[in-house]
Every structure is written in structure tokens, then in C-alpha cells.
Design a binder for this molecule. Structure first.
Ligand code: NAD
Length: 247
């Protein structure tokens, strides 16, 4: 297994893309700390991994809280002794507004979870990774970290910020063997979409492949990118989008 011996933390891993990433990490041999604010679904992720022969535990952490990230990393170190991989996945899709109509408190809420949450994560994860000679930080951005989308006045800017932060981490810590990668999923079939565009057909047409993505198509790609086979990939933005960004 390509991740054998590695220890991974995944935020927002109670469902959707985060759960799929946690499952793929475990499938390739990593020990996984599953983290979220939804404790009961988090336990479901853990059971799914452990029932399949993997090794996972759950830890509650709200990514918008810097202290929670430190506690999460401390828990991983205490439980499994090291930290090699951190996937900052937790994020929210707010109701749609054009920029001038975004309520100010909504703007701050989205930035706090989607962008501050990744910064707080990296801040806690980097020192732990340095203790064992490096690691990989994967930040889940979006295709909407590269292009705008009608009326996503706060979401798209937050995801653009994640790509910038990913590059900054890569530049600052490449000499110390920390890799940082931003992932750009197109529209993936998860509950996150419930709050988004009701116009499903027009959404499909934006994907040249003719369908939306599945969570495990992100999970499998992310797990591969975290293996040592990708040791020279650093600071990259990797779209996983059925061709969305080609047009
Ligand atoms: P989802 O809503 O299905 O799952 C998100 C998970 O994050 C949930 O388990 C939720 O409890 C958790 N979460 C929410 N706020 C949190 C917080 N403050 N602290 C900790 N956990 C929190 O969403 P998803 O579709 O699986 O999305 C996962 C990530 O992928 C998000 O960052 C999202 O922006 C990104 N993304 C999703 C899509 C898509 O189409 N689904 C596309 C591109 C990017």
C-alpha cells in the first residue's frame, strides 16, 4: 500500500468528499483521524473504515477555531505518534448572492470556515510534520478557486484564497520537505449541492464528461497525490473536474 506507515488527518470527514478521502487514505494503508463537527456521522465514517480492515479514530474539531486544530493535531500525535498527511477539506457552500448583495456576516462566516479554517489547519499541522521530517498538506479548493461562478459572491473568493495559501505553504516549507497541494473538484454529488443551483441540467452541461463527479473519484485521486510517487509535486493546483476548466 502506497500510504503504509503514514498518519493522516481529514477535516469535514463525516460525509461527502471528506469521508471518501478518509476511506481512500485508509484503503492505501494510512492510519486516519476522521474529524468533523457532526460526531455521529463521523463515527459512521470510522466504522466504515475499520470494518473494511483499516485503522481510524474520530476527533471533534470545528475548523473555524484555531485552538480546535491544535487539539486535533495533538490528538493525532498522541494516538498515532506522528503526522504525515493533512487534508483540509471542511467547507460550506452558502446561499447565492452577487457580490454587492452578500450579507457581511455571511461573507465572514464563509471566509472563516473555507479560508481561515485552512490557515488555522496548516498553522497547527506544519510544526507537527516538521517533527518527522516533512509531510503533505492537501487543501480542498474547487474549480471555483480558478474561475468565478454566477452569484457565488463569497464562496468563489474563499476558494481562490485557498489556492494562494497552498502556494505560500509550498514556497515557505518546500526546503523542509512539506508539500502542499490544492485540489479543484468540479461539481460532485454530495449534500453540499442541496444548497446550490436548482438548475441541475445546466450544471451537467458544464461538465464535458456529461455527469457530475462522485466523492470517491476525489478520494482516490487525493490519496494517490499524497503518496511518495508524487514527491516532486508541490504548490500545484490539481483540477479533478471531468473537463470543466477546459472551456
Ligand atoms: P458536504 O456538505 O457534503 O460535507 C462537508 C462536511 O464538512 C460535513 O460533514 C460538515 O459537517 C463538515 N463541516 C462543515 N462545517 C464545518 C466546520 N466548521 N468544522 C468542521 N467540519 C465542518 O460537502 P462536500 O461536498 O463533501 O464538500 C467538501 C469540500 O469540498 C468543501 O470544502 C467544498 O467546498 C469542496 N467542494 C465541493 C464540491 C461539490 O460539488 N460537492 C465541489 C468543489 C469543492
Amino acid at each position: 500500500s502506497s500510504l503504509l506507515g503514514k498518519v493522516a488527518v481529514v477535516t469535514g470527514a463525516s460525509r461527502g468528499i471528506g469521508r471518501a478521502i478518509a476511506e481512500s487514505y485508509a484503503k492505501y494503508g494510512a492510519k486516519v483521524v476522521v474529524s468533523d463537527i457532526d460526531n455521529s456521522e463521523g463515527q459512521t465514517t470510522v466504522e466504515s473504515i475499520n470494518n473494511a480492515g483499516g485503522n481510524a479514530v474520530y476527533f471533534h474539531a470545528d475548523v473555524s477555531c484555531a485552538k480546535a486544530h491544535q487539539e486535533l493535531v495533538d490528538f493525532a500525535m498522541k494516538t498515532y505518534g506522528r503526522l504525515d498527511i493533512a487534508c483540509n477539506n471542511a467547507g460550506i457552500a452558502p446561499p447565492s448572492f452577487k457580490v454587492a448583495d452578500v450579507p457581511i456576516d455571511l461573507w465572514h462566516k464563509v471566509i472563516k470556515i473555507n479560508l481561515d479554517g485552512v490557515f488555522y489547519g496548516a498553522r497547527a499541522q506544519i510544526p507537527a510534520m516538521l517533527k518527522n521530517g516533512g509531510g503533505t498538506i492537501v487543501n480542498i479548493s474547487s474549480i471555483l478557486g480558478k474561475v468565478a461562478f454566477p452569484e457565488l459572491g463569497a464562496y468563489s473568493p474563499s476558494k481562490h484564497g485557498v489556492i494562494g495559501l497552498t502556494k505560500q505553504i509550498a514556497l515557505d516549507y518546500a526546503p523542509q520537505n512539506i508539500r502542499s497541494i490544492a485540489i479543484g473538484p468540479a461539481f460532485i454529488q454530495t449534500e453540499l449541492l442541496d444548497g446550490l443551483s436548482p438548475d441541475f441540467d445546466s450544471l451537467l452541461k458544464l461538465h464535458p464528461i456529461g455527469r457530475l463527479g462522485k466523492p470517491n473519484e476525489i478520494g482516490e485521486a487525493v490519496a494517490s497525490l499524497c503518496s511518495d510517487s508524487f514527491s516532486f509535486l508541490n504548490g500545484a493546483y490539481v483540477p479533478i473536474d471531468g473537463g470543466f476548466l477546459t472551456q
